[in-house]
Ligand binder design. Sequence first.
Ligand code: ADP
Ligand code: MG
Ligand code: MG
Length: 247
Amino acid sequence: MLTITDLHASVGDKPILKGLTLHVPAGEIHAIMGPNGAGKSTLAHVLGGKPGYEVTGGNVEFRGQDLLALEPHERAAAGLFLGFQYPVEIPGVSNVQFLREALNAQRKARGEEPLSGGEFLKLAKDKAALLKMDMEMLKRQVNVGFSGGEKKRAEMVQMGILDPAFAVLDETDSGLDIDALRIVGAGINAIMRAPDKGVLLITHYQRLLDVVKPDKVSILAGGRIVETGGPELALRLEAEGYDSVMA
Ligand code: ADP
Ligand code: MG
Ligand code: MG
């Protein structure tokens, strides 16, 4: 589903990703762990096509397409979802408006009919319930005045509504208390754990991986994947730190 081959990328003139290779087949949840500054968020931004992140080598194939040749909105329409550590606020726009426009823009790009207001609300209620989020919250402005946990849950409602084939989630667990972590983790499982979907789950902590059980765990350090293993690799990191693994 996602095959990254010898990817090199720079921010400004600084090389950050230095030959990163990673394959995530359909049906797999692949956790990425690694020390601060390793390039994890850079990888997420490069996959999303964020301006300022320059690919200087390698390639990325996503569902049989050359991902790097697509514009960010085309990547989204092709089924790629990105969740970020610091979701943005959009004053003056309600979550419901924002989500409906995002969904219908993607449907249009895929040649599908837009959802009517009624159809959309039914879908939104469904996904909000999954994330234990009150519909009243979704009528408020996007992320304005939301707590950290509410922003993350709103983002997962967005993911549920867009129903992507692949999600890249960058520290979705950061700032969540234990209850919110369980809700968000269960939401990720419900939305993304499927034979035809895939996830790159960037995290520092085992506690998210206790809920969203990864099939594989890779360590990103110095702009490359330095080790890949099963869930036990995350447990070893938790117990021994990165030095033990990278020594
Ligand atoms: P991680 O998410 O693994 O902690 P990042 O991808 O955020 O790491 O950062 C990798 C490196 O790239 C760090 O050294 C960071 O300082 C640098 N970096 C990231 N974004 C920028 C930027 N916009 N401008 C300059 N340097 C950046
Ligand atoms: Mg970081
Ligand atoms: Mg980061």
